[in-house]
Design a protein around this ligand. Structure first.
Ligand SMILES: Nc1ncnc2c1ncn2[C@@H]1O[C@H](COP(=O)(O)OP(=O)(O)OP(=O)(O)O)[C@@H](O)[C@H]1O
Ligand SMILES: [Mg+2]
Length: 469
């Protein structure tokens, strides 16, 4: 299978929980609460001190920045393997978790009451939505608009496998479990740069690569994933579907008539069987649509001969995809309840609720839900679920630790990472983005890296030599 470049951007939710009133020392009762904006500034203080900006590239090739709206964002370096991507996404969590601990130390030193928490989720308590965006490099071959219509159908129905699980408020005020946090927030299927709204997928003006050859498909519809296995499935199944489509397999018969209506309906139907109208007039359920994509991918893998070339992680992806569909078909999630976020979360909720006899709308349930997404091992649940075998892993701690310090070795990210690391070690002033490496000295030496697949470049060797002078 041709290599593909992909990267995931994750925006994190941030809060600063005030200590309980009785814990406040005399005179502290009137302390101004720490807003999300303030918290984000504490979080980035060290970054700004060394990078002179809240928008930096790190020595592992990733981008870390604070956008408007105070949602810290981590964009993984370019990866060309799903397991590598999972490790790099996880590395982002570790980096932000360390920044959170340091920011909380700062708060304590300055006597500011409160504790900062970061959440890998998509909805804050005020109802603001923030995203987890996937980027896939496409070869500029086919008519993207036509393929896109049918891919929307894939992205809209994929939530029955890769949704993070969500307790939503029904119109009658009751609470109900749904597949996705993000589904309700999306309201426009496709967009060009001119339309307002939130496009499910678009191709970015900047492919961060040779624009003659490539496009970068930008997918904004996914939930942030907590379980590594869910991240693996989300990116891995998408990569396989794109490979099949790039090879010419047609999927346009699966385009939906009204994807935006469907995305909400599918999220709310935990049976995954509600009929969705297709553009051609037929109806299919989300489950049938996903089964069809799965079936076409497996058939294509066989007939194209690609089956023999599959990597270990790609086989894991196909296996989990299949088991996820079986779980839905039989209405028995036990086969995926340590691997798919919505199922892991549902099991956790059920156990907690029956132990404490709580309704789905109980505030304690809401706190548990939030803790599922809290990235701190101290206050979040993921680390302990993993330790207890209730949340599966794809990577090892060693792989994640390596991805915190080192860039992916097989892509352009390696050049960027080496450049950043060398400049940091030598205290040299540089400017970096996805395609440019520049030394800010009299000569202003700049290298443009148009090939995201290439981890070696003589021009960069020369830049590194200059930095080391
Ligand atoms: N050529 C490429 N093809 C696919 N993905 C790429 C390519 N180059 C970079 N990426 C990935 O795309 C993501 C870009 O993240 P970034 O947050 O900078 O996104 P953006 O969409 O350009 O900008 P913004 O978030 O500011 O709107 C990263 O995860 C990166 O690894
Ligand atoms: Mg971004």
């Amino acid at each position: 299978m041709s290599r593909r470049i992909f990267g995931v951007e994750t925006e994190y939710g941030i809060t600063c929980a005030a200590p309980p009133a009785e814990a406040a020392a005399p005179g502290e009762g009137t302390a101004r609460p720490v807003t999300a904006d303030d918290a984000a500034r504490y979080l980035f203080r060290k970054v700004v001190a060394w990078g002179r900006s809240s928008n930096v590239f790190l020595r592992n090739g990733a981008r870390l920045y604070l956008d408007v709206g105070s949602h810290p964002e981590y964009a993984t370096a370019e990866c060309d393997d799903v397991r590598q991507l999972v490790a790099n996404d996880r590395a982002g969590e570790r980096i932000l978790e360390r920044m959170t601990r340091e920011a909380n130390d700062l708060l304590a030193e300055e006597g500011v009451p409160g504790t900062i928490h970061l959440f890998k989720n998509n909805l804050d308590s005020a109802g603001n939505s923030f995203g987890c965006h996937e980027n896939y490099l496409l070869r500029r071959r086919r008519d993207f608009q036509a393929v896109g219509e049918a891919l929307v159908s894939f992205f809209v129905s994929r939530q029955i496998l890769t949704g993070a699980g969500h307790v939503r408020t029904r119109p009658d005020g009751g609470a109900a479990y749904a597949f996705s946090q993000r589904a309700d927030q999306m309201w426009d299927a496709m967009s060009s740069a001119t339309t307002r709204s939130r496009p499910i997928i678009n191709t970015r003006d900047e492919p961060h690569a040779d624009a003659e050859k490539y496009r970068r498909m930008h997918v904004i519809v996914g939930d942030s994933s907590v379980a590594e296995t869910t991240t693996m499935l989300k990116v891995g199944m998408t990569d396989l579907v794109l490979a099949m489509v790039e090879d010419g397999v047609r999927i346009s018969d699966l385009a939906m008539a009204e994807p935006m209506r469907a995305i909400r309906e599918i999220s709310r139907d935990m049976s995954a069987t509600v009929p969705v109208e297709l553009a051609g007039g037929r109806t299919m359920s989300a489950l049938q649509i996903q089964e069809e994509f799965h079936q076409r991918v497996t058939a294509w893998l066989e007939t194209s001969g690609e089956e023999a070339e599959l990597t270990g992680v790609q086989r894991q992806v196909l296996d989990l995809w299949e088991r996820g569909l079986a779980a839905l078909r039989t209405a028995d999630p036990s086969g995926v309840e340590t691997e798919l976020d919505w199922a892991i979360k549902a099991r956790l909720l059920e156990r907690y609720r029956s132990r404490h006899r709580l309704g789905l709308d109980d505030p304690r349930v809401a706190r548990l839900l939030l803790a599922y997404h809290d990235i701190s091992p101290a206050s979040g649940l993921a680390a302990s679920l993993e330790k207890r075998g209730l949340m599966a892993r794809v990577t090892t701690d060693e792989e994640v630790a390596a991805a915190v310090d080192e860039p992916p070795a097989t892509t352009r990210a390696r050049l960027r990472g080496d450049f950043v690391a060398t400049a940091q070690d030598r205290r040299r002033d540089i400017t970096v983005d996805w395609v440019h490496l520049k030394i800010n000295d009299a000569a202003q030496s700049t290298v443009v890296l148009k090939d995201p697949f290439s981890p070696v470049d003589e021009r960069v060797e020369a830049l590194l030599a200059t930095l080391r002078e």
